[in-house]
Design a protein around this ligand. Structure first.
Ligand SMILES: NC(=O)C1=CN([C@@H]2O[C@H](COP(=O)(O)OP(=O)(O)OC[C@H]3O[C@@H](n4cnc5c(N)ncnc54)[C@H](OP(=O)(O)O)[C@@H]3O)[C@@H](O)[C@H]2O)C=CC1
Ligand SMILES: CC(=O)N[C@@H](CCC(=O)OP(=O)(O)O)C(=O)O
Length: 349
């Protein structure tokens, strides 16, 4: 075994951060050399996360660029929107490789970011430098680069489900409707009324309707694939479960297609990509089939009666939607097998 890559995690006390740690502990080419917290430096990570007791014994470092530079070669920034935009440029200037999990570098146009995220955008030089890491589609772009912007959780499930059909011209992009549902860990570890047990338990609600910050990310990628501007209706819902995203997507078909046609098209598109699984005809993906794993499962029904296709995709928001895809991107950046360290089997039941 060659020398291991030294990795630091900023935001290691958040849900994305601890999920990165869970996978990176088993990564054969990586050593975690710094777990970082802006509010608990000097404390033990495992104090707040007893599931890591006697597994991770590290003391939390503060956010100190010089210290990070001395300890690490690559940094995962699992930090909130508005924090990454300021922090990542400093890490890049220090010569570090970066995979950012936030939304701060996913949109090239700073004014679009400001409109949807309500934060000041990052400097345009760094927005231009960021490579969008939807691994199964743009994985080649990521090879050998030093800065990857990890896709959003909803866009990952949505785009993996839509891109092959849009690229083939089998659906009319103008008719796409995306009906997305997420478990509450998608909102992070911070406390708030919407994730309060007594308010989300036995409840089910739509939120950010026509205002969700992932809308421009989905539209810009679909526009890139379609070759013309695409707008979509994208509605998010909160489900009383911990992990998982399920997206149901509808679009009008161009021409007559069967379920088998869609299955064949998608199997061909994702050939050799181990983390996308196309479900057999007549079956529908469920979030439990991907729980705790980096898989995305996709199923179809092409309806001759309405001329529309229904596409359903599922991911674990914390894995394929965040930490897992970030590690997949690191693997691609380093020229390694994309599945390294990503333990393939979902937890069931
Ligand atoms: N949860 C999910 O399913 C997904 C999340 N994401 C994105 O990943 C990022 C992390 O999300 P998630 O882990 O859920 O969020 P959490 O709220 O659980 O964690 C964020 C962490 O960031 C740290 N942090 C806060 N402010 C600062 C700061 N100024 N400097 C450095 N660190 C700071 C906090 O730790 P401390 O106070 O210890 O520093 C906190 O634990 C976000 O941008 C989120 O949008 C992306 C896809 C899916
Ligand atoms: C359930 C829930 O609240 N989900 C979050 C998902 C956003 C997220 O995690 O942030 P990114 O934009 O970095 O992907 C939301 O809808 O805003």
């Amino acid at each position: 075994m060659g020398e291991q890559l030294r990795v630091a995690i900023v935001g290691s006390t958040g849900y994305g951060g601890v999920e990165l740690i869970r996978f990176l502990i088993g990564h054969p080419q990586v050593q975690i050399t710094s777990v970082i917290s802006s509010s608990s430096a000097g404390g033990l990570l495992s104090e707040g996360f007893p599931h890591l007791n006697e597994i991770v014994t590290d003391t939390l470092d503060g956010v100190d660029i010089e210290l990070i530079r001395s300890k690490a070669d690559l940094v995962f920034t699992a930090t909130p929107h508005g924090v990454s935009s300021k922090l990542v440029p400093q890490l890049l200037e220090a010569g570090l490789k970066v995979v950012d999990l936030s939304g701060d570098f996913r949109l090239r146009d700073g004014s679009v970011y400001e409109h949807w995220y309500k934060h000041e955008p990052a400097d345009s030089r760094y927005l231009e430098q960021a490579v969008y890491g939807l691994a199964e589609v743009f994985g080649e772009d990521v090879r050998d680069v030093s800065f990857v912007s990890n896709p959003g959780c909803y866009p990952t499930a949505t785009l993996l489900g839509l891109i092959p059909a849009v690229q083939a011209g089998w659906i009319d992009p103008a008719t796409i409707i995306i009906d997305a549902k997420s478990g509450v860990s998608g909102a992070g570890r911070g406390l708030g009324l919407t994730v309060h047990y007594s308010e989300i338990n036995e409840n089910f609600l739509a939120y950010k309707v026509n205002k969700h910050q992932h809308t421009p990310e989905i539209e810009s990628v679909l526009s890139r694939v379609a070759g013309h501007e695409v707008t979509t209706t994208f509605t998010t819902h909160l489900v009383p479960m911990t992990r998982g995203i399920l997206c149901t997507m509808y679009a009008s078909m161009n021409g007559e297609r069967t379920d088998e046609d869609f299955i064949d098209l998608y199997k061909q598109f994702y050939e050799g990509r181990r983390f996308v699984r196309i479900i057999a005809k007549g079956k529908w993906p469920a979030t439990k089939e991907v729980w705790g794993s980096n898989y995305c499962n996709i199923g179809f029904s092409a309806d001759a009666r309405t001329g529309r296709v229904t596409i359903v995709s599922v991911i674990d928001n914390l894995v394929k939607g965040a930490a897992g895809q970030a590690i997949q991107n690191m693997n691609l950046m380093m020229g390694w097998d994309e599945a390294l360290g990503l333990g393939l089997t979902p937890a069931f039941p």
